[in-house]
Ligand binder design. Sequence first.
Ligand SMILES: Cc1cc2nc3c(=O)[nH]c(=O)nc-3n(C[C@H](O)[C@H](O)[C@H](O)COP(=O)(O)OP(=O)(O)OC[C@H]3O[C@@H](n4cnc5c(N)ncnc54)[C@H](O)[C@@H]3O)c2cc1C
Length: 148
Amino acid sequence: MGRLQVFNNWSPFMVNDAGKVWLGLEYFCNVGDELWSKDDEAFIQFAIDELDMIGIINKADVADATILREEKAYPSYYGSYGQFDVLKNYLKQFDNLFPIGRNGMHKYNNSDHSMLTAMTAVDNIVNGITDNENIWQINTEEDYHEEK
Ligand SMILES: Cc1cc2nc3c(=O)[nH]c(=O)nc-3n(C[C@H](O)[C@H](O)[C@H](O)COP(=O)(O)OP(=O)(O)OC[C@H]3O[C@@H](n4cnc5c(N)ncnc54)[C@H](O)[C@@H]3O)c2cc1C
């Protein structure tokens, strides 16, 4: 398991019944690998066993579970990524185009960065700024907070 979250702690609006605990488990994998290809029921049992093993739950308490497999969840910096500037500079030709967000910029932005790119784009539009460089500069100099 990569990460675990308790949706009840984010917002009551994220859960259907606040009287139950809603857990989200993230497993990082690639399309076609061993985890990705695991049968749904086997995967759910594997996840329940992991939660039980680390003492987060008692497996007998599990009411229900589901799996979502998300392709292309992360922007990957390989292949032709070294030539990314070719694309970025091409897009800069268009004065009324403002690439923002994670997939919009193919950049490993977190939620805060993504919102900041949107806010900066709005500021640019309002102030008649057509050069998007200030948007591309978001998330370039900060330390990456998830690294050890
Ligand atoms: C597994 C995982 C864990 C993460 N954990 C964290 C975390 O702990 N903290 C954090 O800060 N960030 C985290 N992130 C990153 C965060 O989710 C993203 O940075 C953020 O959601 C990007 O926002 P966005 O608006 O750019 O894109 P998104 O949130 O991806 O929104 C894009 C929207 O556009 C829609 N869309 C796509 N194509 C079309 C189309 N053609 N027409 C109409 N709609 C379309 C999509 O359905 C989607 O709703 C995580 C990401 C992943 C994948």
